[in-house]
Design a protein around this ligand. Sequence first.
Ligand code: ADP
Ligand code: ZN
Ligand code: ZN
Length: 820
Amino acid sequence: MPFFIDVIVPLPLEQRFTYSVTNKEHELLQIGMRVAVPFGKRKVYTGIVAKIHNTPPIRYEAKPVEELLDETPTVTSYQLKLWKWIADYYLCTEGEILKSALPSALLIESETVIEPHPDYDINTIDEDESLNDSEYLILQALQKQSLLKISEITLILDKKTIFPVINAMAEKGLILINQELNKQYKPKLQKYIKLSDHYSSEIELPGLLDSLERAKKQKQALLKLFSLKAQTQKPISVKMLKEEAGVSESVIKSLVEKSIFEEYFIKKDRIQYDGDSSSKKIILNEYQSKALDDIENGFNIHPVCLLKGVTSSGKTEVYIKLIEKVILEEKQVLYLLPEIALTTQLIQRLQDYFGDQVLVYHSKYSVNERVEVYRHVLDGIKGKIVIGARSSIFLPFQDLGLIVVDESHESSFKQFDPAPRYHARDAAIVLASFFKAKTLLGTATPSVESFYNVKQEKYAFTELTRRFGNVVPPKIELVDLKDQQRKQKMTGHFSETLLNAIKETLKEGQQVILFQNRRGFSPILECNTCGHAPQCPNCDVSLTYHKHNNTLRCHYCGYHIAMQTKCMACGSTDVTTKGFGTEQIETELLAMFEDKVIKRMDLDTTRGKYAYEKIISAFENREIDILVGTQMLTKGLDFRHVKLVGVMNADSLLNFPDFRAHERSFQLLVQVAGRAGRTDEQGQVLIQTYNPYHRILQQVTTNSYDEMFKEQLDERRHFKYPPLFRMIKITFKSRDLNKMNEASDWLALYYRQIFTTNVLGPEFPAISRIRNQYHKNILIKIPQEQSLAKTKAYVKAGVDKFKSIAQFRAIKVVVNVDPY
Ligand code: ADP
Ligand code: ZN
Ligand code: ZN
């Protein structure tokens, strides 16, 4: 009987593809294994076996698979189930999900690039007897050419099936796969020291010591090495020997040079934690204990619970206690954080408590590190707790007991580009349900949709209303900029009130945080003679002035030119900057506080791998007096000595063209405010605004979440927005404006036939051209009583039909479900 398998290939194609397998292969095959499959004329991809059966495909002849790549499945049945759910719900393909779900090193394809592993000494290949012929040939080629494509290797080895060779070489640590994007990563190697082989017995010792009579320090190091060796069977690191013997590195080096010592290296398990764990006990206070009880009782009725706890109430400790119980049942825990907040602070706190049970999964980590975490989760033995950003919902959990979604109101849980455009919070709830596990959503400022679910009794709920240790909440005040301007009390962008408060705080030796939701120096450079402002040639936005490198830059495509002193249109020298960003605030501060340390935290200053952590730890260590930053500052950071938080301008937040602008402003302002006064002294928050009577700002100062929620919900009901209506957004992108207009009109008309007035647009978004592509949107609003499945089927049918129209072929269509 012939056997076939259906394979998910990592391409944006709707269907799975059927391949034939031999009887022998069939015996070894399991669902979830990786296979190398031919695709198109010459390409080979790594795909995942989704089904094994006996039915040949109808429309094409099944090609044979090239090779099985696994002995046991790499993908679990739970993962396949989640992919299916995401594909159906978010209207994307399983192939697109596969591509973001697996670390790319597990998905080699013809275009994959390999390079020699930096740990492998390529000069020794001629003597290395552990290499087989293929490995030898590939390494030899890598000696001449540091990067090789899989397609090139096919030629070198002159055989078709090379994926297994490549996989094996990667596992042996001979090569790196797809590493080019992560150049900055260096494997961590620990240097160890031992006695050279010819001195390894103690009989030699007296003679050796004599020879070192003149070198006291070296003798000391040698004696120490002997005594350490006697005490412990473990390898002795250079670091340890230095400390124990009280000698410098150069002493050890001299001994190496004399061939008395020998260095060797051991690859440090990158995800190993070597602090002492569980040294810290946590005792919950009465409010935290009650919250924990509420959560556990809530879980008896609902699979999801929302914990609303003011900033600094000690939510993390509640999570920890909950996690501890799940771990005791030998189950796995996923701790989800918004991308930007993956700080060392939180990871450290969890590691202090759980030790090496904690794994971290992060897109800034190299592909190899991610593969390690992936394998550990799949084994289900080491590391029961995974901390990660949204993509960690794709890890191969075996027995999940709990998902904690920290800062669950954060919009970065939703992926916007590329597909799959999923919301990790919502997908996490679905994932948990497969395991009958629980999900805890934690935040100080719940999203309107999550709180609505509480009100609808879909989620359990509990609250922490006090800060831990009875620290008083900060005093939040609004500063009327109009008034201060009228009274001429502004210095640059600082009101007298804010400036005095900064001076006061610094005098007390405390720290200040200033928030401005825009980076760069100023967003607009305008000519006072003709009104011209330099625009990006590729996008429909003005260029932002960056002072430190004297450029005008586009924040959408990266286009940049030198700063212009004359108007580019009329040549006038009378040009002014308008609006302001973090850089300008920093400049003004530097002029006013010459003897203080002022630093900036935004996208421009945090590009390197550890740049973000460096600023944070410098601030923690009080090496910085004033920290200016964008919303990066708001993410769950716990700084001890911040007494004052200033918001430079709240209006730009409130005026953002989005139905959630008000909700977002509330969340952001409450979160920034929460950074102030985390210890005994009461903190102070000053919010500068031209609209001090704005409802949202009033609600922030009085901490009226419930009122904000009620008003927002009324508005959403009235204007047909989530959570009362669902939304699907269809975006068209094209360089050809006319064709795009025509195409979007066509699809809008198609949808109006069924959804009538619930179709909005097509409309240009606020920025209608990015990277020379025009954008236009259609928004479909879905009333609660309307079948979601049928709606999506119709939406999809529309897109399919659209794609079959030849004249629209060049137009890109993007479907985004829950686009917020
Ligand atoms: P949140 O996450 O709610 O903003 P945190 O968990 O960061 O609050 O807690 C605020 C501070 O209070 C932290 O420094 C934390 O270590 C401390 N804290 C909270 N609960 C406890 C506890 N039960 N025992 C000791 N310290 C606690
Ligand atoms: Zn001009
Ligand atoms: Zn641009």
